[in-house]
Design a protein around this ligand. Structure first.
Ligand SMILES: Cc1cc2nc3c(=O)[nH]c(=O)nc-3n(C[C@H](O)[C@H](O)[C@H](O)COP(=O)(O)OP(=O)(O)OC[C@H]3O[C@@H](n4cnc5c(N)ncnc54)[C@H](O)[C@@H]3O)c2cc1C
Length: 301
C-alpha cells in the first residue's frame, strides 16, 4: 500500500464514533491537519479529485451508512486555542462551545451561557448559527465579530459577521452558490460586551443545563433538533400532535421525551433515520399541511 502523503492523514476510518448519533460508515481519508497545512491538503485532494467534507463534533449531521468517498477534515481535536485579544475572545474552529462558554465566564462576561449545553464546535456553530429557538436573540450571530476562512483553493479570507448573512440556523456558508461555498472556518472572533458577576453567570449556566435535562433526551445518542421550526412554530408541536412520539423504524425512534429529537436505541442506521425522517414529514404534512425542513445536515448517500 502506498504511504500516505501527510502524517495527519488516515485511511478508511469509521465515522460513527465521531458523531453524536453514533451513525455513519467510513471515511476514505480522514485528516486532522494543523491550520498551516490546510492549503497543501486541499491541493492534494483537488489533484486526486476527492470531494472534501468538514466535520466538527458531528452533532448536527447524518452520515451515510456507506461512508464518505473522499477526504474528511475533522476539527474536534485540532484548532483548539481560545485566547483573549482586547475586548474579544479568539477561538479555533475546533474548540467546543461549552469551553467557549466557560472561557467567557472566566473573563467575567455574560452572553455565552447558552453555549453550555450545545455539544458542537465553534466552526459548526458559525456554519449553523447555533443558538436558541427562532426569534430568540441568543445565537451565534449575536456574539460573533468575524471569522477566518480557507477557501477550497487554499486562499485565506476574513469575513465579518454581516458578510455571513446569519439567520435562524443559517449562514451563507451553507449556500452552494454563495461567495463562501465549501469554505472552512479556521478561527472565529467573539465580542466580550456584557460584564457579568460570577454568581449570576454561574446560576444562568446551571439553569440552562437543568432546563435541558428536563426537556431533552440526553442519555441516548441524538443529533438535537432534527427539523427546523416552520413559521416560528417549533416542529416538536406538530410531531407531538401527530401522535408520533415513540414511533420507531429499526432502532431509530422519535424521542418520547422531545418529539423533535430522534434517538438511536442501539444499532440505528442512517437508512433507519432517513426513513423515520421521511415518515414524520409525510405524516405531519398529511395532517397539518405543514412541510417540515430538516435542520440536520446529510453527508453522503
Ligand atoms: C444534545 C444536543 C443538543 C443540541 N442543542 C442545540 C441547540 O440548543 N442549539 C443549536 O443550534 N444546535 C443544537 N444542537 C445541534 C448542534 O450541536 C449544533 O448545530 C452545532 O453548532 C454543530 O456543531 P458541530 O461542530 O457538531 O458541527 P457538525 O455536526 O460536525 O457539522 C455541522 C455542519 O457544519 C459544518 N462545519 C462544521 N465545522 C465547520 C468548519 N470549521 N467550517 C465549515 N463548516 C463546518 C459541517 O460540514 C456540517 O455541514 C444540539 C445537538 C445535540 C446532539
Amino acid at each position: 500500500m502506498a504511504a500516505l502523503p501527510f502524517p495527519f492523514l488516515r485511511e478508511n476510518v469509521s465515522l460513527a464514533p465521531f458523531t453524536t448519533w453514533r451513525i455513519g460508515g467510513p471515511a476514505r481519508f480522514l485528516a486532522e491537519p494543523p491550520a498551516e497545512a490546510l492549503p497543501g491538503l486541499l491541493a492534494w485532494a483537488r489533484a486526486g479529485g476527492l470531494p472534501v467534507w468538514i466535520l466538527g463534533r458531528g452533532s448536527n449531521v447524518l452520515i451515510d451508512d456507506d461512508g464518505l468517498p473522499g477526504l474528511i477534515i475533522l476539527t474536534r481535536n485540532i484548532w483548539q486555542d481560545i485566547r483573549r485579544e482586547g475586548d474579544c475572545l479568539v477561538a479555533g474552529a475546533g474548540a467546543s462551545l461549552p469551553r467557549l462558554s466557560k472561557a467567557a465566564a472566566a473573563e467575567g462576561f455574560s452572553g455565552y451561557e447558552f453555549y453550555i449545553g450545545i455539544p458542537g464546535t465553534v466552526g459548526g456553530a458559525v456554519f449553523m448559527n447555533a443558538g436558541f429557538g427562532p426569534g430568540d436573540p441568543r445565537d451565534t450571530r449575536a456574539v460573533l465579530v468575524d471569522v477566518e476562512l480557507v477557501r477550497p483553493d487554499g486562499d485565506s479570507v476574513r469575513a465579518a459577521v454581516a458578510d455571513l448573512h446569519m439567520d435562524y440556523r443559517h449562514s451563507i456558508l451553507q449556500d452552494a452558490d454563495g461567495p463562501f461555498a465549501d469554505a472552512i472556518v479556521t478561527r472565529a472572533r467573539f465580542r466580550l460586551e456584557h460584564p457579568g458577576d460570577a454568581a449570576s453567570i454561574r446560576d444562568e449556566t446551571r439553569e440552562h443545563l437543568a432546563d435541558r435535562k428536563r426537556k431533552q433526551p440526553l442519555t441516548r445518542p441524538t443529533a438535537g433538533s432534527v427539523f427546523r421550526a416552520s413559521d416560528g412554530v417549533p416542529a416538536a408541536i406538530h410531531i407531538d400532535r401527530a401522535g408520533l412520539k415513540g414511533f420507531r423504524i429499526g432502532d431509530a425512534c422519535v424521542s418520547p421525551k422531545h418529539a423533535n429529537w430522534i434517538e438511536n436505541l442501539g444499532k440505528a442506521s442512517a437508512a433507519d433515520v432517513r426513513a423515520l425522517i421521511r415518515h414524520v414529514r409525510e405524516t405531519v404534512h398529511a395532517i397539518f399541511g405543514v412541510t417540515l425542513e430538516p435542520e440536520v445536515r446529510e453527508m453522503g448517500g
